[in-house]
Design a protein around this ligand. Structure first.
Ligand code: MN
Length: 203
């Protein structure tokens, strides 16, 4: 399986990092080793002094496809959860400045914890999905899918022009505003439509 991540998909987050407003989706990838095994703590990487959380809705791809049309894109994903796109912000800033790829800042081990998936058809408000993350018991980030710049269908269609999507692949769909640092000893809990879907510690 592969993990695809969309960047800059919420206006307020684009502004908080002083990035340009995108005219088409921007994506990067993480390897399968970026998943966090259930029951384990996120190991704070020794190569960064500034690891940020980015709380994101994560789509589960249920059918293989290439060059998927936007109007049929919803047939290709069936479930959703919340995940964290951990980012070594200090390394990412260096990469951006040099025009280098982002892998050292984004694709490292355990950088993509995800919750348990829920069927989209069973959600109360599939047209506007509420999600968020509590850091040590306090809301750190809350978002709504209606605030995305690019919809799920647009993302699936766009990504599949370049990369064949396979059943079991997952897509992180971008973070709303409010990204911030984590530290050893923190506890993160992920929520989908008000329901806890995962929690883990930082060690
Ligand atoms: Mn992200």
């Amino acid at each position: 399986m592969k993990i695809i991540c969309i960047g800059r998909n919420y206006l307020a987050h684009v502004k908080e990092l002083d990035n340009d407003l995108p005219t088409k989706p921007m994506f990067f990838m993480k390897p399968e080793t970026a998943l966090l095994p259930v029951g384990e703590a996120f190991p704070y990487p020794n190569f960064s002094q500034k690891v940020h959380y980015e709380t994101e809705l994560v789509l589960h791809i249920c059918k293989s496809g290439k060059a998927i049309e936007e109007k049929t894109a919803s047939e290709y994903y069936d479930a959703i959860t919340v995940g964290i796109d951990f980012t070594a912000r200090d390394l990412q800033s260096e990469c951006k400045a040099k025009g280098h790829p982002w892998e050292i800042a984004k694709a490292f081990d355990c950088s993509a914890p995800i919750g348990s998936f829920k069927k989209i058809s069973a959600l109360k408000h599939p047209e506007d999905i509420a999600f968020g993350m509590k850091l040590n018991g306090e809301w750190a980030q809350q978002g709504h899918s209606r605030d995305m710049i690019f919809s799920f269908d647009k993302i699936v269609s766009y990504v599949s022009r370049f990369v064949t999507l396979n059943e079991g692949d997952i897509i992180f769909t971008g973070t709303p505003q409010g990204v911030g640092e984590v530290h050893a000893g923190d506890k993160l809990e992920l929520f989908l439509e008000g329901e806890s879907v995962f929690w883990f510690g930082v060690k």
